[in-house]
Design a protein around this ligand. Structure first.
Ligand SMILES: Cc1cc2nc3c(=O)[nH]c(=O)nc-3n(C[C@H](O)[C@H](O)[C@H](O)COP(=O)(O)OP(=O)(O)OC[C@H]3O[C@@H](n4cnc5c(N)ncnc54)[C@H](O)[C@@H]3O)c2cc1C
Length: 320
């Protein structure tokens, strides 16, 4: 069968795309997600009870389409998306990783390890957190278990270094203080990437000595500490031993996926797309974080979904 639309990725961008497609009355829609449930970035990288802000990374967004979104918590956000998926009767296929999307005679072939699915239009909304950013220096193999990109392995009573002054770094650092001794290191002299609430929170935590913020520091390299933990060597010549380090420095564009799908990119390996997020391959669209170099937000992903579907429907009507 040929679907009207296949959506690759079941995060906010993918779910909003499915809702808009349903409301725009596209008939056969399939959403394919590699995880065993929707919203893997929220599940894996948001700490439990995390506050979820509509204004994220200082980006005030007016929602355009049919999907609402409010400030809440990790749990309320997941429940909300769950409800949307149920209410809109979205056809989902979990535990299925899409390898590439190929256009053959005006129809897209969406290739997974064991199957292929066909569609007239495809939206790629696979985010950037499938490949979290890593530091430029080497991570020794022997300490990989204590070098993390989220806070799930933290056991309490640990001395933890969080690296990164964006919202996620600030939130990990503050939440971890309930059971751990936390240091947050940022390269800048002040918080330039965090929103106002987080900035106020981290400055207050620092002033109340619930954690330590090291401003304007950069790491030269890390190594296995003699007895236990990771020895972090700062560029200013000092070093400190921690039980664990969490890098909250964002994610990377899935360049391999885009290349395999024949999507044109610029010299910085950023995908090229139109004002409605259509790639160089006609009928193949992007939505959500994959569009940005430095991460977007849930509200932005929701808006992309509306623009993409409006464009697909507009083109369908013009073709008829
Ligand atoms: C720690 C942290 C805190 C954040 N806090 C906020 C906040 O408070 N407010 C806010 O607005 N934003 C926040 N964000 C940003 C927000 O999570 C993202 O902007 C949003 O999730 C982007 O949605 P997306 O659908 O583009 O991608 P994602 O949410 O990353 O979803 C992509 C989905 O695609 C799936 N996938 C990946 N590859 C494949 C494949 N090949 N085949 C099939 N499926 C695939 C993934 O498993 C995932 O479920 C935060 C991000 C992080 C990391």
């Amino acid at each position: 069968m040929t679907y009207d639309l296949i959506i690759v990725g079941g995060g906010p961008g993918g779910i909003a795309s499915a809702v808009e497609a349903y409301i725009f009355k596209l008939k056969n829609i399939l959403l394919i997600e590699k995880g065993d449930n929707h919203s893997q970035t929220i599940r894996m990288y948001y700490k439990d009870s995390k506050r979820v802000d509509k204004v994220y990374r200082k980006q005030e967004i007016d929602l355009k389409g049919n999907v609402a979104f409010f400030d809440g918590t990790k749990e309320s956000t997941l429940d909300y998306f769950e409800e949307i998926i149920d209410n809109e009767v979205i056809n989902t296929l979990y535990n299925t990783e899409v390898e590439r999307v190929l256009k053959e005679n005006d129809i897209f072939k969406v290739v997974t390890p064991n199957d292929a699915f066909y569609a007239k239009n495809v939206i790629i909304s696979i985010g950037r957190m499938g490949r979290p950013n890593k530091p430029s220096y080497k991570i020794p193999n022997s300490i990989r278990k204590i070098i993390n990109h989220n806070a799930y392995d933290c056991r309490g009573n640990e001395k933890i270094l969080v690296v990164g002054g964006g919202d996620s770094g600030v939130e990990y650092a503050c939440q971890l203080t309930t059971e751990n001794n936390v240091t947050l290191s940022i390269r800048e002299d002040r918080f330039v990437d965090a929103n106002e609430i987080n900035e106020e929170m981290i400055v207050r935590y620092d002033q109340e000595e619930r954690l330590r913020v090291r401003y304007g520091v950069d790491i030269e390299y890390i190594e296995k500490a003699e007895e236990k933990g990771v020895k972090v060597h700062y560029k200013n010549g000092y070093d400190t031993i921690y039980d664990r380090t969490i890098y909250a420095i964002g994610g990377t564009t899935p360049v391999d996926f885009l290349t395999r799908s024949n999507i044109e990119m610029d010299e910085n390996k950023r995908p090229l797309y139109s004002e409605n997020y259509e790639t160089s391959v006609k009928g193949l669209y992007l939505a959500g974080d994959i569009i940005y170099e430095k991460g977007g937000s849930i509200a932005m992903a929701i808006n992309h979904a509306y623009d993409v579907l409006a464009d697909i429907v507009n083109k369908n009507n013009t073709d008829q």
